[in-house]
Design a protein around this ligand. Structure first.
Ligand SMILES: CCCCCCCCCCCCCC(=O)SCCNC(=O)CCNC(=O)[C@H](O)C(C)(C)COP(=O)(O)OP(=O)(O)OC[C@H]1O[C@@H](n2cnc3c(N)ncnc32)[C@H](O)[C@@H]1OP(=O)(O)O
Length: 436
């Protein structure tokens, strides 16, 4: 999947070096097809020397991939008073800032940075286009810490050039409740790449998380770092095949015409399950119960309180869509499904600027067959003009993907834990956690 080109060598103007004295190796990736799986252009391989990651409390390849591991924290917590009180040093022409996500002007800057510099597919045809509204939702869950929304600015121009965020999360790991940070939206302006700024940003967010007495984190990435706890695959269900083919997201299959393809992906105009409707505030306790019951079977899953369910899963237009099935007679909520909205910019297309993608989020099917529930959610996405519906092969998703005409993408998404070792790797179907 990825290729390491060892010939690239050491880089100039190495930010991390100026702080920690380490050198800077860089690697280049190869092209692929169309899944955007948080894979930056510089891809990494298993046997690469990870100058930064080698120093971190994560599992390392030298530990032996299949060797039995201890389960639990790698490093014990330090006393808070021993934690470095000052931010890490940046090169002299840059400074830290907190990005106040409630501030429209600052969010415009964050949006500009991410929409021009965040994750692209290997061929640089598509780039994630997280909306301001989505970012606000993703970054302010109950109990969030404003100073975990970290920016780096150029001192002279004050231009925002890099970003990383954390949010607090309660996660069950093999039945044990662990307080964690979910780290996301690590982004460095294209002109500042390969200067070892990322390790400094990761160390700074780690420091701020530690100051809240939290010692574990979880994150996902398209790159292979030491060492994924699980590797998942994205699957894609065409909703608007003509546009997907036009913009190069998918190809016409051999011996298929456009009109046969359009017919193949046709969906009914109405959902099929009686009692299918949008989730409302009054459903929060029932949905929480459904989720808690369902998610308890997975090795890694969020601990959803009613407050978190209300925050994360009540529908917000163009951010998150959630549906329940209410039994028409008993009025009991028996099933739940949801997706979030993450469009991508189509980088160089004559006819289209944006790909509207829905990403499967959390589902629980207790009465309705999961495949039927998923068919209904596809119908809802189609009715709302999404172009494609994406799903990972986690939880029980594999059971319906092929049936509902999802096709496998080329990209993989790797899940990671920071400062937590698992006794064995986790299969995608043992994962009950979706990171945005
Ligand atoms: C307790 C609390 C703990 C909290 C922290 C938990 C950990 C959180 C970890 C962060 C989770 C983020 C989750 C997401 O947001 S995943 C999304 C990541 N973002 C993108 O892909 C956007 C486009 N790319 C970029 O903006 C840059 O290429 C980034 C910023 C990714 C790297 O910038 P750049 O290309 O200019 O590189 P560098 O010279 O500064 O630094 C090179 C070093 O950085 C390591 N690297 C490269 N990519 C990633 C990556 N995605 N996660 C972790 N490490 C990564 C790399 O292995 C090397 O270290 P080593 O191999 O030599 O050792």
């Amino acid at each position: 999947m990825v290729e390491f080109n060892p010939g690239i060598g050491r880089t100039e103007g190495n930010v991390e070096e100026s702080i920690s004295g380490e050198g800077g190796l860089m690697s280049m990736g190869q092209g692929g097809t169309k899944t955007l799986t948080r894979r930056p252009r510089t891809a990494l391989t298993l046997d690469k020397w990870h100058m930064f990651w080698e120093t971190q409390p994560v599992r390392h390849y030298k530990d032996g991939e299949n060797q039995e591991q201890m389960e639990g924290a790698i490093d014990v917590p330090q006393p808070i008073s021993d934690i470095k009180q000052e931010p890490y040093n940046l090169p002299s022409n840059y400074e830290w800032c907190v990005c106040d996500v409630t501030n429209d002007r600052i969010m415009k800057e964050v949006y500009a940075l991410l929409s021009n510099n965040y994750v692209e597919d290997d061929d640089n045809m598509f780039r994630f286009d997280y909306s301001v509204q989505f970012l606000r939702w993703a970054l302010q869950p109950p109990g969030y810490f404003p100073d975990w929304h970290i920016g780096v600015r150029a001192k002279a121009s004050k231009k925002l050039v890099a970003f990383i965020t954390g949010i607090p999360a309660r996660v069950h790991v093999r039945g044990k409740l662990v307080f964690m940070a979910e780290i996301n939206f690590l982004c460095i302006h294209k002109k500042l790449r390969a200067k070892r700024l990322a390790p400094v940003m990761i160390k700074e967010v780690t420091r701020r998380v530690h100051l809240e007495n939290i010692w574990q984190a979880t994150y996902t990435a398209g790159v292979v770092l030491p060492v994924p706890i699980a590797t998942c695959q994205y699957w894609h269900r065409s909703l608007n095949p003509k546009k997907l083919i036009d913009v190069g997201f998918s190809r016409l299959a051999p011996r298929m015409t456009m009109s046969r393809t359009v017919k193949l992906y046709h969906l009914p105009k109405e959902t099929l399950t009686p009692g299918f409707r949008a989730m409302e505030k009054q459903d929060v306790p029932a949905v929480t119960q459904l989720l808690q019951g369902y998610l308890s079977q997975f090795v890694i899953a969020p601990d959803f309180s009613e407050a978190v369910v209300e925050y994360l899963l009540l529908p917000i237009k163009n951010v998150v869509n959630s549906y329940v099935i209410e039994n028409p007679e008993s009025h009991i909520i028996t099933d739940f499904c949801s997706f979030y909205t993450l469009p991508s910019t189509i980088i160089d297309s004559m006819n289209h600027t944006q790909l509207k993608a829905a990403y499967l989020y959390y589902n629980v099917a207790t009465v309705t067959p999961l495949v039927q529930l998923m068919n209904d959610i596809l119908i809802m996405a189609k009715l709302s003009n999404y172009d494609v519906f994406n799903a990972l092969d986690i939880m029980h998703n594999e059971s319906f993907l092929k049936n509902l005409k999802f096709g496998p993408g080329d990209g993989h998404l790797h899940y990671y834990l920071y400062n937590y070792s698992l006794s064995a790797p986790v299969k995608p179907l043992e994962l009950g956690l979706v990171l945005l």
